[in-house]
Design a protein. Structure first.
Length: 233
């Protein structure tokens, strides 16, 4: 797996890349619910999802990225705009979640909802994560080609040891970002159709238009609050 920035430069030249990203990350996973051999739509397609789900008994794995349908049973989520003082209330219907932890006792998955980050900021996060665990990602293609389990065990251990805050703070500094803005937690009981996004499809995440994902607040409000809060830190 090459640098996400290099892949981004290649993909942005493709015609209708936003449409392709929507198809790969929303239609195929959530609308058509393609699984197993049915989602092997290209020569380099993989099915790590099945392999990892079998290993984890279907539970979310830290270091992986998931999408799902979020059922609105809880109170609507809120973010405060530090610059304006206003609170933005919203519900995220179809998060794209970088999993940071899964609490088996409380049945809560936590992570960064990448939909809440402006597109270029998503790319910055994926690039920062790739750089930090570069040796793991350099082995991805070899492992996935032979259907071997490809879990980032170093990150998994870091998550268990509670190192996420320090790690993400370092990512914030190196990327001049505020990734913790996207930090959210979800009850498993409010999740439908949990799907793990394959490694090779991470490349589409910076192009994905999350406009359909939010209710009560529009995408511009979500991103405006991000930029305003970032300039205040």
């Amino acid at each position: 797996m090459e640098s996400p920035k290099l892949t981004y430069e290649k993909y942005k030249k493709l015609d209708d890349i936003d449409k392709i990203a929507y198809e790969r990350l929303f239609e195929n996973y959530l609308e058509l619910d393609l699984k197993g051999s049915k989602k092997l739509i290209e020569i380099d397609s993989t099915d790590q999802e099945s392999i990892i789900n079998k290993h984890s008994h279907g539970r979310p794995v830290p270091g992986m990225i998931y999408t799902f349908i979020h059922i609105n049973k809880d109170t609507l989520l809120e973010i405060q705009n530090f610059k304006t003082g206003k609170t933005v209330t919203f519900h995220d219907l179809t998060p794209i979640l970088f999993c940071t932890s899964f609490n088996l006792t409380e049945h809560i998955v936590k992570g960064l909802n990448l939909n809440m980050l402006p597109k270029k900021e998503r790319l910055k996060f994926i690039e920062a994560f790739w750089k930090y665990y570069k040796s793991f990602f350099e082995e991805i293609e070899r492992k996935t080609e032979y259907n071997k389990l490809a879990i980032n065990r170093n990150y998994f251990l870091a998550s268990l040891l509670g190192k996420n805050p320090a790690l993400f703070e370092m990512f914030n500094k190196t990327q001049s970002a505020m990734f913790n803005y996207a930090y959210r937690s979800y009850k498993i009981s409010n999740i439908r159709n949990l799907r793990m996004i394959e490694y090779e499809e991470w490349a589409y995440i910076p192009f994905f238009d999350a406009r359909h994902s939010f209710k009560k607040a529009n995408l511009e409000q979500i991103y405006e609050t991000y930029w305003n809060n970032k300039t205040k830190t």
